[in-house]
Design a protein. Structure first.
Length: 457
């Protein structure tokens, strides 16, 4: 046995060829130590166990605390930013600005043409269009939540918010349409800005405009012919490079509708109907695709007629104004014949399905009670009601205000009793669209006696 060899685990002497310590069972291969080595090793272990750890310095604690706080703040900041600047929220915000002409949109738009300067003023026509067509903006927003393109508009990443979060903008295609007219000495204006004169020959002249964002524009052509100043204007929705026809001609026509209604031609107010509901236009400068409608206020609500396309009327431009009559239709307006028939039928025999709300309608209940009283009156042998319409005017929500007279004829034994009542405040409401519409009585109005006579038989 080599006395210089000892078990490294328990320190007992071991033989040179032993694999395991006979005292503790530790494996001995390559781990045998001399007694001096064992003692030295044990001394170092005891010294390490007896040497206490030094406490962390205050400066180190402060630095670690600050680092920890910064990490927590950054995580919270990143979580907030990831939600606030997520794609859907940015699309919703841009869409809201797109539909609001008073909002500053320029920060959220880029152009496909690098030479176009993106300004809030340049984007007002775009906002005006989507203000009038908000459903189009909503469809675009829905498309951008799942894709990057919608028709000629793209959603692109343009920079970052706060260094970390992607910033999205709308990339619009710009257009450079030609404005065409039939007068050589014409000057073109777009949204009150002078664009300049025209080029061309014969009866075809044109001016190409600078790149425009898509939207609603007011275009005016001013010219002279035979010493007369001519002006043509129209509202045009520009979404392509298609030419805009602004040929000028003069026409004669009369607009007839409700007295006091304002007349609009190509989105511009041009007059007011007189007490007879008429406005005469002679030698009026007209453009192709001229649109006419009337507008009026009823109970504080502005209502607008359906739009009439002048070219669709087929008038002869040489006719006088009395021959060319434009009668814009009001949405939901009942005809005199329909109003008269419905009222007369229901005064004689009220039907639930002829009233808005059916049997719960106050007018239905009043007429039902009235018929009952006539039938219970033993002095009345028979009775009859005749209706005549005094006036019909448009009302909001596809409705009509009707003034009418009911002539009651009561037969008694020895005399005939005629009573005429004037009803105002009657309202009809149209259900459904023009192709499948039905008119119902919303209110029969209030009546007052204007004639009461008896005739001997």
């Amino acid at each position: 046995m080599n006395k210089n060899e000892f078990c490294p685990n328990c320190g007992q002497p071991v033989n040179e060829n032993e694999e395991f310590c006979s005292n503790c069972g530790a494996k001995l291969s390559n781990n045998k130590q001399s007694r001096q080595e064992y003692r030295t090793d044990q001394t170092h272990r005891q010294a390490a166990d007896n040497n206490p750890r030094q406490p962390m310095k205050r400066k180190t604690k402060i630095i670690l605390s600050i680092v920890g706080v910064l990490v927590v703040v950054f995580i919270a900041f990143y979580a907030w930013g990831s939600n606030h600047y997520q794609r859907k929220n940015q699309v919703d915000q841009i869409t809201a600005y797109l539909k609001n002409p008073r909002a500053n949109l320029a920060d959220y738009v880029t152009s496909d043409n690098p030479s176009v300067h993106v300004t809030n003023a340049a984007l007002k026509p775009t906002q005006n269009y989507y203000f009038d067509h908000s459903s189009d903006a909503d469809k675009m927003a829905e498309a951008f939540k799942y894709g990057d393109t919608y028709e000629d508009v793209s959603l692109v990443q343009s920079g970052r918010y706060l260094l970390f979060f992607p910033k999205y903008t709308l990339k619009f295609k710009t257009f450079t349409p030609h404005i065409k007219t039939n007068h050589a000495n014409s000057t073109i204006y777009v949204n009150d800005e002078k664009i300049g004169g025209v080029n061309g020959s014969g009866e075809s002249y044109y001016k190409q405009v600078q790149p425009l964002f898509p939207g609603k524009y007011h275009i005016v052509v001013k010219s002279t012919a035979a010493g007369h100043k001519l002006t043509a204007d129209k509202s045009a929705n520009i979404f392509s490079n298609s030419a805009i026809n602004m040929n000028i001609k003069t026409v004669n026509f009369t607009v007839k509708s409700s007295p006091g209604a304002d007349v609009y031609i190509n989105e511009k107010k041009v007059g007011t109907l007189d007490k007879n509901g008429e406005k005469v236009f002679n030698e009026y400068p007209a453009t192709d695709d001229m649109k006419i409608y009337v507008m009026m206020k009823v109970d504080g609500n502005a209502i607008r007629s359906k739009v009439v396309d002048y070219d669709d009327l087929g008038f002869d431009d040489g006719d006088d104004s009395s021959s060319n009559v434009v009668k814009p239709e009001w949405p939901g307006l009942i005809s005199e014949d329909d109003a008269e028939n419905i009222l007369e039928d229901n005064f004689e025999d009220p039907a639930e399905d002829a009233f808005v709300g059916g049997a719960e309608n106050k007018g239905y209940q009043e007429l039902h009670e009235q018929i009952g009283n006539f039938n219970d009156n033993d002095e009345i042998i028979s009775y009859d009601m005749d209706c005549s319409i005094v006036s019909i005017s448009p009302a909001p929500d596809n409705s009509s205000n009707v003034v009418y007279k009911i002539t009651y004829t009561f037969e008694h034994d020895d005399y005939e009793h005629k009573q005429v009542m004037l009803y105002s405040g009657c309202v009809f409401h149209q259900n459904g669209d023009d192709d499948d519409a039905s008119q119902k009585i919303k209110a029969i109005g209030n009546g007052k006696i204007i004639s009461d006579k008896k005739y001997n038989n």
